[in-house]
Every structure is written in C-alpha cells, then in structure tokens.
Design a protein around this ligand. Structure first.
Ligand code: FRU
Length: 463
C-alpha cells in the first residue's frame, strides 16, 4: 500500500516537473500557484540564495497566501524547501522582505533572519515580523505582532533595509497610490517618516511591492537612490508593470526631479520586482514575477502557475536625454550558464543578435512548423524594438494576452540583443544593458526555426 502511494506520488511529481510549459532554468513552484517573490536574501556564510514567494499550497489560482521557500547556490537551479510562513488567526501572509540582523538589534539572536510581511485580514492589512534562527528555513512569529497598523485599505508589502548613514533600519511600504517610509532601531517599533508619490509617476492602479536602494551610475563614482514601485493596473501594455523613480533619500524623505514615468522592463510579464538583501560584491540582484494580473490565473500550465524571471543585475546609466535610467543585465550566473553553439534553434536557447542600422527594418522571427511565431523588429524609422506575440501559439485564453510590446531605442548605428528562450518565455536584453523586455509565449510545439532579416543571429543551446 505504502509502496503504491509512494510511486503514485513520484509519478505525479514527475508529470508536474515535465509538463510542456515547465521552464527549465527559471524558478517555478513545484505545484500550484505563485505570485510575487518575497523576502529574498543571500546567505553569504553558506553562499545560498533564499527566495520566498507568494504561494497557494492548495490550488493553481490565488488564495491561502503563504510564504513558500526555495534555495539556490547558482540562481539557476532551485531546491524546494518546506513552506516558511503560514497563515494564522491574524490573516494570510502577503508580500514582504527579509534581512539578516547581524547585530541582533531585534533581540532574536545574532544573525537571525527577520522577515517582515503583511497580514491580510478581513478588516485590513497590518505589518508583522517573524524570525529564523536556522538561517531562514523555519520561522517563529513574533509574539508582539502586529508591529505596524494604519487605517488604510491597501497598506502592504514592507521592504526593509539597513541605512548605513543613519545606522537605522528603514522600511518602505505601499499605501494606496503612495509609498510610506518608516525607521526603526529594532525592527519591532516603527516611526513614520514621510510619504512619496502624490501626483508623480503612473497612477493607473494600486502601488505595490516597493523597494528602495542606492545604485551606482555606470562609468562614474556617482550613486543615486532608486525607488521601485510596482503598479497594477496601469502598465504600459495593460495590467501590471514595474515603474521607478531616481532621486535622493536623506534618511527621512525621498525626492526626485524626474517628471516622467520610467518603466523597468518593456514586456508585459514583469511584475513585483524587488531586490535580494545582502547580495555579494555590492550587487543589486532582482527577480520579477513573470506574469501579469490580467491573465495570470488563466495561463495554460497545468500543475503550477507562474515562473520568476531570470535573475538580473541592475545599475543606473545616463541616457541620451541626460536622464538617469535603470540599466539591466542578466545576472553573471545566467551568463555563465552552460551553452553550446548550434545551427538549429533548441527549445532552451540563448540567441545573440547583431543589428546594423539600415533603411529597412531588421527582424528576428522564431517559429515552428505550425505557423506559430514571435516576431521581433528593429524599426529604424520609429527607433523602436518590438516583440509581437499575437501569433505565438496559445493566445486566446485571455483577451489581453496577444500583444506587441515596444521599447524606444537610443539612436545608434549598431545594436545587440540577447534573447533567452525557455519553454514559455522570451526575455530580451539589450547588449549594452540599456533595457529588457520580458514576455510569456505558449507555442503548441517548441519554436525550432529562426529567420533573420537585416541582422545576424548566433544560436546557442542551453544545456
Ligand atoms: C502584488 C500583490 C501584493 C500583495 C500580494 C498578495 O502582486 O498584490 O501587493 O502583497 O500580491 O498575494
């Protein structure tokens, strides 16, 4: 009997892991629903990346929100760990962050991992903490919870960081269509500092999952503070997206001269982007939930729903209009993935494209023999790069899914773009790290042909 149950379990796990659209080198939940990445941190002693995520343990749609947990040593292969923080009488567990409390400021022990998250309950949203004395594998909820309440309906997603300049913890969280900043000396008592956002950036929807970090400006000694604010709906292609503001943070208030809205990615499946705490070598490593609230619960996967983007390293650069912009590149771990040059397009592929500016548009088309295709175009008149997934395969499961996403290009004589193809996604990265574009695709057979016009493509099979 035991043997039968065990083999049934193994069999269903195998089916779940090998299903058609299960990504091979992206993080996914073993089963059931996932949305935002949460509480990500790097354990520098054991050299392990910890990723928690919004998870429904019981179904492939949103509900019963729980912090599930995965770990990785290379940001490519992920090991499923037992769920980390479960709902209780205070509510279900919404998004948040985690820090390593090196100096035991909270009194939970030296190097305790302290997670701060939102309890969502019928009457509202409140902030709470939990601590781990085993490096982030098991958590104990703080008996004094909640640690922060307010009479605001959408009040969630605390992101905590250590402010070197003031030797204090700071926290940013979403409050309606603004963010609020707080400070604390012990992670338990929080003092309100200021709010940011009224009349600035995009306000097409609720602000969610903010993050604040100091980023280096490429090629200079300068650093600027960057406030990431995810927004849903209101994204440039409909639904969810990640906007950001570049400015200054003096430990009390965030200010910016930026007058326009800036987007961190120009695809339709890039949301809830936040950074890892304590990433090595002063890196700023981010992950995005690779979906969109418009159709996330209808995408045609069976045993699991949603994947995270590949890990990316971000910094700042100054663009041709003299504006600060977030620069994004695949994390070095992703670039170091084992690959092999090939003539034929493989289902797991990296494609390096070199484009020389011409009078006619240049294009790269990935297709299969069912006539399903994704067309990427450099249009030199409009100065845009676009990705058209309207005929990419299964597109009819949601009215909002078929689309063409677009990014404006700097005026250059030559461009490079690297494409990462997995079983249900294409991530395009500008060769200079100026922009990225992240889109889901569901071909009914893997794309196995590449056609280029006015450009050259080198194909690699990802092993
Ligand atoms: C963003 C979000 C968060 C919230 C979580 C709930 O996708 O709505 O604001 O904490 O998802 O699952």
């Amino acid at each position: 009997m035991k043997k039968t149950i065990l083999s049934l379990l193994c069999c269903s796990l195998l089916v779940a892991c090998t299903e058609t659209y299960r990504p091979a080198y992206h993080h996914t939940p073993e089963r059931n629903w996932m949305n935002d990445p949460n509480g990500m941190f790097y354990d520098d002693v054991n050299q392990v990346w910890h990723l928690y995520f919004q998870h429904n343990p019981y179904a492939t749609v949103w509900g019963h929100m729980t912090w599930a947990h995965s770990t990785s040593t290379d940001l490519i292969h992920w090991t499923t760990q037992p769920n980390a923080i479960m709902p209780d009488s205070l509510g279900t567990i919404f998004s948040g962050s985690a820090v390593i409390d090196k100096y035991n400021t909270a009194g939970f022990g030296e190097n305790a991992v302290v997670a701060m998250f939102t309890y969502s309950e019928k009457v509202g949203q409140i902030q709470a903490i939990a601590y781990s004395n085993d490096g982030g594998y098991t958590f104990t909820k703080y008996e004094g919870n909640p640690v922060l309440t307010a009479d605001i309906k959408d009040f969630r997603d605390p992101k905590v960081f250590w402010n070197e300049a003031t030797s204090q913890w700071n926290m940013v969280l979403a409050a309606g269509q603004e963010v609020r900043f707080y400070s604390s000396s012990n992670l338990k008592e929080w003092t309100y500092l200021s709010s940011f956002g009224e009349g600035l950036g995009c306000h097409g929807g609720v602000w969610e999952c903010p993050d604040l970090m100091l980023l280096p400006v490429r090629g200079t000694e300068e650093q600027k503070w960057v406030l990431i604010v995810n927004i849903n709906p209101g994204g440039p292609f409909g639904g969810s997206a990640t906007q950001y503001f570049v400015g200054d943070w003096d430990g009390q208030t965030f200010t910016t001269d930026q007058t326009n809205t800036q987007w961190m990615d120009y695809g339709k499946d890039h949301y809830a982007t936040v950074s890892f705490h304590n990433a090595p070598n002063n890196r700023h490593v981010v992950l995005a939930w690779m979906s969109n609230w418009q159709y996330a619960d209808r995408v045609p996967t069976k045993h699991f729903r949603s994947a995270n983007s590949i890990a990316r390293d971000i910094d700042l650069y100054v663009d041709a209009n003299n504006q600060y912009r977030i620069g994004v590149r695949p994390a070095p771990e992703m670039e170091a993935m084992s690959t092999q040059p090939t003539q034929a397009l493989a289902p797991l592929a990296k494609i390096e494209v070199n484009v020389i500016r011409g009078t006619e548009p240049a294009s790269i088309t990935l297709s299969n023999d069912k006539g399903e295709q994704v067309v990427m175009t450099y249009d030199f008149e409009r100065n845009t790069f676009t990705m058209d997934r309207t005929a990419s395969g299964l597109v009819e499961f949601a009215r909002e899914f078929p689309c063409v996403t677009s990014v404006e290009l700097e005026n250059k004589s030559e461009y490079q773009v690297t494409l990462y193809l997995d079983r249900c996604s294409i991530e395009a990265f500008d060769g200079q790290g100026l922009w990225s574009m992240t889109n889901l695709v569901f071909p009914t057979k893997p794309y196995n042909q590449v056609q280029t016009q006015g450009c050259e493509a080198k194909l690699y099979k990802i092993n």
